[in-house]
Write a protein that binds this ligand. Structure first.
Ligand SMILES: Cc1cc2nc3c(=O)[nH]c(=O)nc-3n(C[C@H](O)[C@H](O)[C@H](O)COP(=O)(O)OP(=O)(O)OC[C@H]3O[C@@H](n4cnc5c(N)ncnc54)[C@H](O)[C@@H]3O)c2cc1C
Length: 456
């Protein structure tokens, strides 16, 4: 049995944990990352390998340290294949986008954290959270190759990923920490790294394709012209899907994958839900997937995890230096997350809710009937202007989907209202109950309009 004392103990050596711990170590505090995997396997994470917005990543780990893992920086658009409509939509993706070697990226952020002074304890599985009688978190219990390891710290950061075990163990009674978390708010996803014999023609595109479930898609993301990350996922409120078989079936029908070899396989759950209403409790902060910091329409979570790590790290430094790890003193972390991306993700979650209630063929038919370049404007800028002629053409092609369009329009108005509500996210825990009450009233109208089952 071992007992270790640190200012901060972080569970999980993923993006969120590494950015949080590096931020803390850079300020001279003692911090350890406790990781269940061994040193070799750490950083090997199930992912589509698409990294968006790396140009503006938090500076705690400089972009130059990540860049060697960027294997394809030539990707500039999405290619949406809609076989039933015999259509392919090409939609430009604004901003910096790279497909990466995810394991190499994982190793590089761990290496950068180590260089900043973060200790790493591998092979160490957190299995309990230590709390005082009044509920403050003071450390973790773990198991290392059969031996017990105890961590005592002023603050615990939970970066243990989707459906973090720490949250099952902690008692959050009497705190604002969001415990309204269920499997059905998550997506189950699986991916393979596939080597193809000849370069693919679409090595400058992220390729998407619908599955037979509305809230899910198949993807083909080119790490290089001959190394493809191929995967798929479905929202877990739907009938379970046999992911491995469904992927195999699709690969078999694509001529470019003839003679291909599978190099690696991994699957995991990811939170395709709104960010946790509050990700703090006394002595405790949750970051990244452990706090729902993922874009619920695309499943992209690396950027959210990196920023959440930075904000949590900075708040942890302040709280430990103040000698005050109360919810009140950690709260600014919540507000920074909501201001930066959390409110936007909560707004996008409305479309995830909508997609669980609509017919996939209807949605694809509608998409195929709209002009691609206008769709791109609407997707990235939230608005679009069409000439009268184009409007007329789109209207004629989309005849038959007008009921769906009307429903989308009403849903979009509610998503905008929700987004505006997140702009007044409370500045202290005391105001949380009222804010949540009003938010839930907007959600009720969203369920009514979309016909979807309540997600929360
Ligand atoms: C199939 C799939 C495809 C995806 N595709 C993309 C994509 O293309 N682009 C994108 O941006 N995002 C994508 N995501 C989401 C992205 O991978 C995550 O949002 C991101 O990795 C979250 O980082 P994190 O640090 O919060 O968690 P993770 O990266 O999951 O790290 C958590 C760490 O905690 C460790 N851990 C867990 N439990 C314990 C424990 N009890 N004790 C000790 N250690 C523990 C784990 O071993 C792991 O190292 C995808 C996810 C999946 C599943």
């Amino acid at each position: 049995m071992s007992i270790d004392e640190y200012d901060v103990v972080v569970a999980g050596a993923g993006t969120a944990g590494c950015y949080a711990a590096t931020t803390i170590a850079n300020e001279g505090l003692d911090v350890v990352i406790v990781e269940r995997k061994d040193e070799e396997e750490a950083g090997h994470i199930a992912c589509g390998d698409a990294l968006k917005g790396a140009d503006a990543f938090p500076e705690a780990i400089p972009k130059a340290r990540l860049e060697p893992a960027f294997t394809n920086t030539g990707v500039d658009h999405g290619r949406f294949e809609i076989p039933k409509e015999d259509t392919v939509l090409e939609i430009p993706v604004p901003g910096e986008l790279a497909v990466i070697d995810r394991w190499e990226y994982g190793r590089r952020i761990i290496e950068a954290a180590g260089d900043a002074g973060v200790d790493f304890h591998y092979d160490t599985v957190v299995n309990d959270v230590v709390q005082t009688d009044d509920g403050r978190v003071t450390g973790l219990e773990a198991s290392r190759r059969g031996d017990r390891a105890t961590y005592e710290a002023d603050l615990v950061i939970d970066g243990a990923g989707s459906l973090s075990l720490l949250q099952d163990k902690a008692d959050f009674e009497g705190t604002t920490f969001d415990t309204n978390v269920r499997y059905s708010q998550f997506c189950s996803a699986y991916r393979e790294i596939v080597e193809v014999p000849e370069p693919v023609e679409w090595d400058d595109a992220l390729v998407f394709k619908p599955t037979d479930r509305a809230a899910g898609y198949l993807w083909y993301f080119p790490r290089t012209a001959t190394e493809i990350n191929a995967g798929l996922g479905f929202q877990m409120n739907e009938e379970p899907m046999k992911l491995v078989e469904a992927l195999k079936r699709d690969l078999r029908n694509r001529p470019e994958f003839e003679g291909a070899e599978v190099r690696d396989k991994l699957g995991a759950a990811l939170p395709t839900r709104r960010p946790y209403d509050s990700a703090v409790a006394p002595g405790y902060l949750a970051v990244g997937d452990a706090a729902g910091h993922v874009n619920p329409t695309t499943g992209g979570g690396i950027a959210g995890a990196a920023y959440a790590g930075k904000y949590a790290g900075e708040q942890a430094v302040k709280a430990v230096s103040d000698g005050d790890v109360s919810e009140e003193n950690l709260w600014r972390y919540n507000t920074r997350v909501m201001d930066h991306f959390g409110g936007r993700y909560a707004g996008l979650d409305v479309y995830n809710v909508l997609s669980t209630a609509i017919d996939v063929d209807d949605l694809m038919g509608l998409l195929a009937s709209l002009p691609g370049e206008k769709l791109a404007e609407a997707l990235y800028e939230g608005s679009t202007s069409m000439s009268f002629g184009l409007k007329l053409k789109a209207a004629i092609k989309s005849f038959g989907y007008w009921g769906t369009i009307r429903n989308f329009y009403q849903t979009k108005s509610l998503a905008d209202e929700l987004l505006a509500h997140y702009e007044s996210y409370p500045t202290s825990p005391a105001a949380m109950a009222n804010w949540t009450h009003e938010r839930d009233a907007i959600m009720d109208r969203i369920y009514e309009t979309t016909g979807a089952d309540a997600k929360y």
